[in-house]
Design a protein around this ligand. Structure first.
Ligand code: NAD
Length: 291
């Protein structure tokens, strides 16, 4: 069992830290708003007073922060992880950030004597609570093997997909697929509603066929009840589709459906819906349909 520090105890980071406690690790948490640290302590963890405090004495440091600048701010600089973690410490970044930033920070970590993996996750808050996340990991194979006990405590499908940064590339593809699916589901539900179809019955039968998906199971219900509490905030999906757009351009590929949905997500965020769950795309379809 290891000393694991978790930095970023939000919707995802807190349940992941709690599952690490349950797996028998000594878990120290740090978060910008201290109330989240108190929740980890109540679940059997320890609290750190700063990033540096969390970094010192850890075998493994797991970061779960919103965006590329947040991760960079936490790991770099005189108060950051790289300056305070002992040589050989394994840094696992589970946040969703830009692949090029992940690659650069992995190089910086190596230069500081640390080992680094990008290990973004999919499965949402439910997957984090149940410890069954899908984890796409970029970095050295030996470091992937070393991370097994920690990643195994928070995830179920854990795959090494290539060198540093490639976990983030796979995660960007994940976010493209999920965004297009949510938009398609929202359009289908508004369509069915307009035809006066029993929506419960329709979702049940659609779920049993080729249209069935986790998106349909988890997000369809939220659309039916118009309850868009997050979950996964639209503002974060806006960030992720920005990553998809930039990485598509860099690779010279076109992602036309992704571009359309990115525009619809930006519209929702610009109209003040960034704090809603991404199933809140449904609101935009209602509006476009005059309903
Ligand atoms: P969140 O906003 O709920 O949590 C982020 C946490 O980081 C917050 O508690 C915040 O206080 C803390 N934080 C921010 N800056 C900090 C700093 N400098 N020092 C310490 N703490 C700081 O976000 P989330 O939903 O948990 O998502 C985290 C990451 O995981 C994002 O990159 C997101 O895209 C990704 N993700 C989220 C989901 C989901 O369903 N919510 C699923 C998969 C991946």
């Amino acid at each position: 069992m290891s000393n694991v520090s978790v930095i970023g105890l939000g919707i995802m980071g807190l349940p992941m830290a709690v599952n690490l406690v349950k797996a028998g690790h000594t878990v120290t948490g740090f978060n910008r708003s201290p109330a989240r640290i108190e929740r980890l302590i109540a679940a059997g963890g320890l609290g750190a007073t700063s990033v540096a405090d969390a970094a010192r004495g850890a075998d493994v440091i797991l970061t779960m922060l919103p965006d590329s600048p947040d991760v960079e701010g936490v790991v770099s600089g005189p108060d950051g992880v790289f300056a305070h973690a002992a040589p050989g410490t394994l840094w696992i970044d589970a946040s969703t950030i830009r692949p090029d930033v992940a690659q650069r920070l992995a190089n910086d970590a190596t230069a500081a004597g640390l080992r680094a993996l990008d290990a973004p996750v999919s499965g949402g808050e439910r997957g984090a609570i149940d410890g069954v996340l899908s984890i796409m990991v970029g970095g050295d194979a030996a470091d992937f093997d070393a991370a097994g006990e920690v990643l195994g405590a928070v995830g179920k499908t854990i795959v090494h997909v290539g060198p540093a940064g490639s976990g983030q590339t796979v995660k960007a593809a994940n976010q493209l697929i999920v965004a297009v699916n949510i938009q398609a589901l929202a359009e289908a539900i508004v369509f069915l509603e307009a035809h006066g179809v029993d929506l419960d019955a329709a979702l049940t039968v659609l779920g049993g066929g080729l249209a069935g998906s986790k998106v349909l199971e988890q997000k369809g219900r939220k659309m039916l009840t118009r309850s868009f509490d997050p979950g996964f905030r639209l503002a974060l999906h806006h960030k992720d589709l920005g990553i998809v757009t930039a990485a598509s351009r860099e690779a010279g590929v076109v992602t036309p459906l992704g571009a359309v949905v990115a525009g619809l997500v930006a519209n929702a965020v610009n109209h003040g819906d960034g704090a809603l769950d991404h199933s809140g795309l449904f609101k935009g379809v209602l509006e476009l349909s005059g309903r």
